[in-house]
Design a protein around this ligand. Structure first.
Ligand code: SF4
Ligand code: SF4
Length: 471
């Protein structure tokens, strides 16, 4: 007779999960974001699933042909993963246990710093302990079947499940990343290093990933605020370039300056909050199938013309109850570190060559993206078509942003902070014992007044002292 775990995995596969693994109470020792009890009191085990992202959509995204297929695929896959997990939770409940879905993204514990939030449950940690793969250089979960190019989701349950086998902690780092490192080269900001590692302590084992220099390096490109690569040879689909960062990568240790700079640029776009709000809803809320998952055509059935594709995006947003993105419906601008990582090195290199060899996309006066081959052409267009946003739009955006962050993200969750404090001590000791003193991956500091004030205050300027004059 099949076991409970086999029945659950069989059900998940039939519901559409491409990869599925389970982990029980023996596998939940790690950072607070690995504790299923944050999602449901009494939860002891998890079911982790993954769906691959559409490779053709990524080729169009990286080749600067169109961002729409990947945006659509992300919406479909996030909704599909959420729906499959809802069905799995229903199945587990029908067997007499309690079960709850963790939405695919955007459920965070409240934090004093709304730009440094931590997931209520990390799907990546869940995928690692359920045996789907192990961490790569980028910190993404890398699977044998699809690389890092997946959407993950998790169900937590009070059933005591028998864990699936896991990969050794350095499996991907030692077998693939050492000779690849293309995710680092694909990151416009160099958020993580390819020459230094940091370690997470999960179930008593140290798991390596590339050392993260400054998480704010990730926030800027993901909000479309800095699209130019470090070597100025290509862009992603973001509409903006941060002038101060064009010629030189900012010093990652200058945290206040970096935060202040991208907050200023973000504040001038006039639509940052709306864009974020749509992304978070599609990844967090499960919509009726006919409004999102079934409404959206898969890659083979998409119109070939860009205008037809844009109209599908706008209809999707209307179905979700959003308007105001007519000028620029493309929401996903970054995530190259995840998308570039295919099932083997040849596939990864192919994607990397597409991304870095396809030049630049910059907005025209109607905010539509134009493709050009050289930096000089791209710069000239950026200078010629300076984005003009009415101050009223900026004020409205700033108000909406403040309201959203305070309502859903700002705060303090003492249980999570206490758990993370204990975890910090454990991981420090484990690293020291392993001869890796100071190499622990630590969650960013939550209470740093000057860092927080950098979100609303302009960067400090060094004042020149006036010569003293005597009368
Ligand atoms: S892209 Fe290469 S270096 Fe980066 S995680 Fe994947 S295999 Fe590792
Ligand atoms: S999401 Fe973008 S900015 Fe962030 S680490 Fe990945 S490539 Fe870099």
């Amino acid at each position: 007779m099949p076991s409970l775990e086999e029945n659950i995995k069989d059900f998940a596969k039939k519901a559409g999960a491409e990869l599925v693994g389970v982990a029980g109470p023996d596998r939940m020792d790690g950072p607070a974001s690995l504790d299923p009890g944050f999602i449901m009191r009494g939860a002891k085990s998890i079911v982790s699933i993954a769906l691959p992202l559409d490779v053709n959509a990524i080729y169009e995204f990286f080749g600067k042909i169109s961002p729409v297929p990947h945006n659509i695929d992300q919406a479909i896959k996030n909704q599909r993963a959420h729906r499959i997990c809802t069905e799995i939770a229903g199945y587990i409940s029908s067997l007499g246990y309690k079960a709850k879905v963790v939405p695919p993204n955007n459920t965070y514990r409240r934090s004093m710093d709304p730009f440094m939030v931590r997931p209520t449950f990390s799907h990546r940690f869940g995928g690692v302990v359920a045996g789907l793969g192990s961490f790569g250089l980028s910190g993404n979960l890398v699977t044998k079947e699809y690389g890092a190019c997946i959407v993950l989701d998790t169900v937590v349950t009070n059933a005591k499940l028998k864990s699936d086998p896991v990969q050794p902690p350095r499996f991907v780092m030692d077998n693939r990343c050492k000779t690849c490192k293309l995710c680092d080269k694909s990151c416009t900001m160099g958020m993580f290093r390819d020459d230094d590692e940091e370690y997470l302590l999960i179930n008593g084992e140290l798991h390596a990933r590339g050392k993260r220099d400054n998480l704010d390096f990730c926030n800027a490109p993901c909000f479309g605020l800095h699209a130019l690569s470090r070597d100025k040879k290509w862009t992603n689909w973001g509409q903006h370039w941060i002038k101060e960062w064009m010629d030189e990568q900012p010093d990652p240790s200058k945290r206040e300056e970096i935060r202040s700079t991208y907050m200023r640029v973000g504040g001038r776009t006039g639509d940052s909050t709306l864009r974020f709000d749509v992304i978070r809803h599609v990844a967090r809320d499960l919509y009726p199938r006919e409004e999102v998952e079934d409404f959206l055509p898969d890659y083979q059935h998409l119109p070939r013309d860009e205008e037809g594709r844009r109209q599908i995006m706008l209809k999707l947003y209307a179905n979700m109850g959003f308007k105001g993105l007519e000028r620029d419906p493309n929401l996903i601008t970054c995530s190259q570190c995840m998308m570039v990582c295919g099932w083997d090195f040849d596939e990864t290199k192919k994607r990397y060559d597409m991304l870095t060899g396809s030049g630049y996309v910059v907005p025209d006066p109607d905010w539509k993206m134009i493709h050009v081959d050289t930096y000089e052409e791209a710069l000239a267009l950026k200078e010629k078509y300076k984005r003009r946003v009415h101050p009223a739009e900026m004020i409205k955006d700033a108000q909406a942003s403040g309201k959203l962050w305070f309502k859903d993200y700002f705060g303090y969750e003492p249980i999570g902070e206490f758990k993370d404090l204990i975890y910090r001590i454990k991981v420090k000791n484990a690293c020291a014992k392993a001869g890796l003193k100071g190499k622990e991956a630590l969650a960013p500091l939550l209470i740093n007044p000057s860092y927080l004030s950098a979100m609303i205050l302009p960067p400090k300027k060094k004042r020149k002292k006036n010569p003293v004059t005597s009368s």
